[in-house]
Design a protein around this ligand. Structure first.
Ligand SMILES: NC(=O)c1ccc[n+]([C@@H]2O[C@H](COP(=O)([O-])OP(=O)(O)OC[C@H]3O[C@@H](n4cnc5c(N)ncnc54)[C@H](O)[C@@H]3O)[C@@H](O)[C@H]2O)c1
Length: 257
């Protein structure tokens, strides 16, 4: 039996990378997917692929950092499917910049998309989940939620915030049967990672060096993260809340030769 039969899952950042892979895996497992992204053509493509494979999905264009957009995406899910079982706050942006070179706009934008978006989505989704008597929230943090990283202070601060916001929300909503967890990916082969290397002075060297630092000597595949999200979204994980699930090829375990 499919693991998400009759479930409605809203996934942000579903137009690319891990969000797109998770949307596809959730749909294959029987979920009705509400795919949200700021990039309309990208999210339309995700939905096209899902429906072509026989799955069920709709798309919503929204900037998750904006309250009215967040409200609209939750309402779109309720209009289409009358419930939200799984809210996956996955959209995120990256910034490589020393703090003194970071503008206030860049700081606010990054915090808006990576952290405040969770504030908005939870604010609008939780009242419905409480009424349903059940819910599942999965946030995307990063291994950077546990460890500093060179030249990415705003990003790392946002992801550290996601880890502890997750734990705090888990405590607040446990009595309402709403689980709140986050996934913490290491380096995953997505457009975000590829752009990061493309922006460095010697992309190929930077990529090889970074790959060698991962104990399993490869970057993760977006589908490997999607299956971690699937576990947290499934009924098998109803007893799991407040956890930060690390999927990083061993990177946080320590150093390797
Ligand atoms: N790729 C990695 O190595 C890695 C590692 C750890 C954590 N993460 C996190 O995983 C998540 C997904 O990253 P990815 O690598 O798949 O990135 P990606 O860039 O491939 O995809 C991110 C998607 O989010 C969308 N998005 C950006 N801003 C948005 C906004 N304001 N509103 C709605 N949608 C918006 C983009 O259009 C894009 O489709 C992010 O939160 C990222 O920080 C990535």
């Amino acid at each position: 039996m499919a693991q998400l039969e009759n479930k409605v899952a809203l996934i942000t950042g579903a137009g690319s990378g891990m969000g797109r892979a998770t949307a596809a895996v959730f749909a294959r497992e029987g979920a009705k997917v509400v795919a949200v992204d700021i990039n309309e053509s990208a999210v339309q493509e995700t939905v096209k692929t899902i429906t072509a494979a026989g799955g069920e999905a709709i798309w919503v264009r929204a900037d998750v950092s904006k309250g009215p957009d967040a409200q609209r995406m939750i309402e779109a899910a309720l209009d289409a499917y009358q419930k939200i079982d799984i809210l996956h706050n996955n959209a995120g942006i990256f910034l490589v910049r020393f703090l003194e070179d970071t503008t206030e706009e860049e700081w606010d934008r990054l915090m808006g998309v990576n952290l405040k978006a969770i504030f908005w989505a939870v604010k609008f989704a939780v009242p419905y989940m409480k009424r349903q008597g059940r819910g599942c929230i999965i946030n995307t943090a990063s291994t950077g939620g546990f460890l500093g990283q060179y030249m990415t202070p705003a990003y790392i601060a946002s992801k550290g915030g996601v880890v502890l916001l997750t734990k705090s929300l888990a405590l607040d909503y446990a009595k309402h049967n709403i689980t709140v967890n986050c996934i913490c990916p290491g380096a995953v082969e997505t457009p975000m990672l590829r752009k990061h290397f493309a922006d460095s002075p010697e992309p190929e060297t930077a990529m090889q060096r970074e790959r060698q630092l991962v104990p399993i000597k490869r970057f993760l595949d977006p589908e490997e993260i999607a299956y971690a999200a699937l576990y947290l979204a499934s009924d098998r994980a109803r007893g799991v809340t407040g956890t930060a699930l690390v999927i990083d090829g061993g990177s946080l375990a320590g150093y390797v030769e």
